[in-house]
Design a binder for this molecule. Structure first.
Ligand SMILES: Nc1nc2c(c(=O)[nH]1)N[C@H]1C(S)=C(S)[C@@H](COP(=O)(O)O)O[C@H]1N2
Ligand SMILES: [Mo]
Length: 597
């Protein structure tokens, strides 16, 4: 750290005058630029590759390895086939199947009114395409915090699902150390702690998936096609049971998918289109700090962790659906089925198969190219992702945060640590002196640049809030923060009208070296839940959580809550700070500068 960065104890002038232009060079002296290409060897502070363990589910105090489901499921299936064959020999079951053959009575009609129109075929293809990349990047997001919980307290040992070893006993163990990588053909992009890029894929492609879904919903209901997917009679249930028995007994029902689906199909499609898809959206939004803070009543029931867990169960549903759906398409009259959905014809010509193979070639090519392209052109992914999801993120940023507070009894017993701990001589000297020499420097586009000691800060009107922290990696925790509202700081320094962004610089470095920093829109700083915290849960902030001073802005994700703050700078824009993307993770790990979702 250059010498001009040192704060000498005698400079404590709460209202120091002096040109604000002197300060920025000092603030920014140790900033670095991020790479524009991902080098796997040096990625995320040269984080070593690490895989997880096979997925496990906790039953009480025991962990059950889900790989056991493969043999258990296989044996179970054989058992079901034997049982179904037995059932079909029984006269009562035969009568039942005769009464409920499984298919819709409309299937016996001429079917002139249905068929599969071209909009349905196109939206089916786009749905698959977007869905695959959403699932793949979703898995990558899970890998960044490979544990699932039912409460907002992400307490180690209390998770119900993990694909990682038990949490380390190291008290300063970080969530980043806990992340795992995935094979590059499975995850997107696969490498460990690549959540910034995975999120652009996930949220960006998802926006397209939702638009496609919206068109599909509208078309479905302005045409008679909705009758294919919405059961209109309770007989769908006995029909579904009948179909299940027929499938399992390996003596399959007569199908006429051109006109109507069988009961089991109808239920599976209905649940997928009208339950799973909306649930994916709702639980996705349930993980957002901005929305969770605004809709507290809802988030009490559907906490971020419940949302994340259900979101994962929806993922599981989609994966199982795809596997079973594709298997049945292949085994129940491949050519006819493919013609229905690919060529829009009701015959057994080869055309549908050729179209299908063409589409699969597109999907396979995109799948194979996605990781290498992402690692080579991460800035493009960051920009396109932001163009796709940014408008929604900005929209939800302006929500009212007043409901976003919790009570003492909500405080989490365990609060994860994250980030890179400060190790500079400057920090160590301050720390060993009990931070008596610490000075928070505030400058940039303000009328009154100033320096504040911890005593000065503690003398300002104190503020407390009990709020929830949302790490981008997926864990959360509630804590009580004590300190100074940012609004008070703004009143003290009086920002110029051109000041649009408030940049917080840390005494600590980011993962690749160079000062950790982050920029916040100035309008957030007037919000009642934006503060500089020197206390956490009624104790002075610990080393790990950001001593002596950290930011809380409850509209944003965890990585924006700069710890070990050394200085605050008011700027008109951040394009000349670091790489110019608005923060350390934005510059180095391709995060977005506004991530309220
Ligand atoms: N200076 C600095 N601040 C930082 C980080 C960091 O690496 N360096 N990590 C961020 C991230 S990703 C999170 S989730 C929170 C974690 O805060 P905690 O350790 O108190 O839980 O701090 C944020 N602030
Ligand atoms: Mo984080």
């Amino acid at each position: 750290m250059p010498d001009d960065e040192h704060v000498t104890g005698d400079g404590a002038l709460p209202h120091a005058s002096g040109a604000s232009s002197q300060i920025p060079g000092g603030f920014r002296a140790n900033l670095t630029r991020g790479d524009d290409v991902v080098d796997v060897a040096t990625w995320a502070g040269s984080i070593p590759a690490a895989g997880g363990v096979a997925p496990r589910v906790r039953l009480g105090s025991r962990w059950f390895n889900l790989l056991w489901l493969l043999p258990i499921g296989f044996v179970g299936l054989l058992g079901c086939v034997a049982a179904a064959k037995g059932l079909r020999g029984m006269p009562s079951v035969q009568r039942f199947i005769a009464e409920y053959p499984g298919t819709d009575p409309r299937a016996d009609g001429d079917g002139a009114y249905l068929g599969v129109p071209s909009w349905a075929r196109w939206s089916h293809f786009f749905n698959l395409f977007f869905m695959l990349f959403t699932l793949r990047s979703g898995l990558q997001i899970l890998a960044d915090h490979p544990r699932l919980y039912w409460t907002r307290h992400s307490t180690p040992g209390r998770e119900w699902f993990r694909m990682q070893k038990p949490v380390s006993a190291d008290p300063l163990w970080t969530a980043k150390q806990d992340s795992i990588g995935l094979p590059s053909g499975v995850g997107l992009p696969g490498i460990r702690h690549s959540i910034g890029l995975a999120r652009w894929w996930h949220l960006g492609v998802n926006t397209l998936w939702l638009l496609n879904g919206l068109v599909f919903y509208v078309m479905l209901f302005v045409t008679p096609q909705w009758e294919r997917l919405v059961p209109t009679s309770w007989s769908v249930f006995p029909n579904a049971v009948s179909v299940a028995i027929q499938y399992l007994s390996l003596d399959w029902p007569r199908e006429n998918g051109w006109v109507a689906y069988n009961g089991l199909q109808l239920l599976a499609y209905f649940v997928t289109v009208f339950v799973a898809a909306p649930l994916a959206l709702i639980t996705g939004l349930g993980m957002s700090p901005a929305l969770s803070t605004r809709f507290k009543r809802l988030s009490r029931v559907l906490s971020i962790q419940t949302a994340r867990s259900v979101h994962f169960l929806v993922f599981t549903w989609f994966v199982l659906f795809i596997v079973v759906h594709v298997s049945l398409v292949f085994t129940t009259g491949l050519l006819v089925n493919l013609n229905h959905i690919d060529s829009g014809r009701n015959d057994s010509s080869w055309l549908g198969l050729w179209i299908f193979l063409g589409w699969m070639a597109v999907i396979v090519a995109a799948w194979v190219a996605a990781t290498p392209l992402t690692l080579r052109h991460p800035r493009v992914v960051q920009r396109i992702g932001y163009a796709l999801i940014g408008p929604a993120q900005r929209l939800f940023e302006h929500v009212d945060v007043s409901p976003g507070e919790y009570t003492e009894k909500d405080i989490s017993p365990y609060f994860w640590h994250n980030g890179r701990y400060p190790d500079s001589a400057e920090y160590k000297a301050l720390q060993s002196g009990g931070f008596a020499e610490y000075r928070l420097r505030i400058g940039g586009l303000v009328a009154h640049p100033t320096e504040l000691s911890l005593d000065d800060l503690r003398k300002l009107p104190a503020h407390e809030q009990i709020t929830q922290h949302f790490c981008i990696q997926g864990w959360s925790g509630v804590a009580k923060w004590g300190g100074v509202p940012m609004a008070t700081i703004l009143d003290l320094v009086n920002p110029d009208p051109q000041a649009q962004w408030v940049v917080f610089y840390s005494l600590g470095e980011g993962s690749d070296g160079g000062t950790y920093y982050d920029a916040h829109p100035i309008e957030h700083m007037r919000s009642q839940l934006a503060m500089l915290a020197y206390d956490m849960n009624d104790q002075p902030l610990s080393f790990g959580h950001g001593a002596p001073l950290r930011l809380r802005n409850e509209l944003e994700l965890g990585f924006k809550q700069v710890k070990w703050i050394k200085a605050i700078e008011f700027v008109a824009d951040f394009s000349d700070i670091g790489s110019g993307f608005g923060g350390y993770n934005q510059d180095h790990e391709f995060f977005g500068y506004r991530q309220s979702l």
